[in-house]
Every structure is written in C-alpha cells, then in structure tokens.
Design a protein around this ligand. Structure first.
Ligand SMILES: O=C(O)CCC(=O)C(=O)O
Ligand SMILES: [Fe+2]
Length: 189
C-alpha cells in the first residue's frame, strides 16, 4: 500500500489476483447495463468518450447527467463489501466506466458534486488494461503526478482530495484493450 499527497490518495497494487481479475472483468462486461451517455457541449450533443453505468440505492448525478441507478447485484455487493472493509465507510452508489480502448478517456475533474458532501471517501477498482491516472493540484499546476493503474489495483481518494486536486485518465493511442473502473461512493442527499 502506498500513500500520496498527504494521505489523500492511497493505492493498493495488485489487491486482486490475476484469476479473480479476469473472471471479474468478464462478468462485469457481460452483466452490467453499459450506456452510451451524451452531454451538451456548447450547444452540441456529444457522446461521452467511454461507456458508463450507475448502480446502487442512490443516483450519482454528475456533469448535468441524471442516472437512474440499477439495483445492486450479488456480485457488485461482494465488491462493495471489499471496498467498505478497506475504507471503513458504507457506500450506497457505484459509478462504472468502460474504456473500450486507449481512445476512451475521462478529462480533468474532481468528484466534488454536492450529492457526496464535503471530503468524500471514494474507493476505485480497476480491471483489464493498464491506464495512466494523473493527479494535479487545482492551483499549483506543477504539483502533479502520473500513476499507472493496473488490473486488480484499488485506489482510495479521501480527505480534501476532491477540493484540492483534479484527476484524469487521458487518451493512450497505443492501448488496444478495454479497461473497467468502478468507483464506490456515499451519496448523502
Ligand atoms: O477510471 C478511473 O480510474 C477514474 C474514473 C473517475 O475519475 C470517475 O469515475 O470519476
Ligand atoms: Fe473521478
């Protein structure tokens, strides 16, 4: 386990073994109801550069997008328990991202939407292709760091991370395989 940015970011490398990762990847790819969402970019309707889904008891709405969450499945509850034990937090919402290849991405943002309150604890699990994950201070732009997240890694973001830092998963043209990312969150509204 490694910690960065004064404990705001915690990374457990290879938390899940290869076999579990492969089974989980296949299961999620098949079982999750993946959606192609679009958003309004200065009057133009543009597809998000990834597929996405929302599960759990609470809707996690972001970037003006409203989700109707699907109910927990037994398998997602199993992963939720892992997240809860690691972070000592009860989660009620899950956001999933499906990066089909290296062209799919998520731009600089912080997960500071009002529905999660101040200083949210977010547990993120990655399965499939390795992808870069950048973190940058909101005002001191030199304070930035590139991590590579591999299949089976777990990341915890906590404290004032979402208020002080932004993060992104950029395009990596040479990546041809898919990556799935799950973020467990606690919606308080
Ligand atoms: O894919 C990742 O590692 C990060 C996803 C993310 O930032 C998000 O879902 O808010
Ligand atoms: Fe995020």
């Amino acid at each position: 386990m490694n910690t960065y940015f004064d404990n705001r970011l915690v990374i457990y490398q290879n938390y899940f073994d290869l076999k579990y990762c492969q089974q989980t990847f296949d299961k999620l790819l098949k079982e999750i109801k993946w959606l192609q969402k679009s958003h309004n970019n200065e009057g133009k309707i543009v597809d998000l550069p990834r597929l996405t889904a929302n599960y759990g008891e609470k809707s996690y709405n972001y970037s003006g997008l409203v989700f109707n969450p699907e109910p927990w499945t037994d398998f997602l509850l199993e992963l939720k328990t892992v997240a809860e034990n690691l972070a000592s937090v009860q989660f009620n919402a899950l956001v999933l991202q499906y990066y089909r290849d290296g062209n799919d991405r998520v731009n600089w943002h912080s997960d500071d939407d009002s529905c999660v309150g101040t200083n949210p604890v977010i547990v993120s699990m990655s399965f499939g292709e390795s992808r870069d994950f950048w973190v940058r201070h909101k005002t001191h732009h030199d304070d930035r760091h590139k991590f590579t997240l591999h299949s089976g890694d777990i990341v915890i973001m906590q404290g004032d991370m979402q208020h002080v830092y932004v993060h992104k998963v950029p395009i990596e043209k040479d990546k041809t395989e898919a990556r799935l990312n799950l973020t467990f969150r606690k919606v308080v509204t």
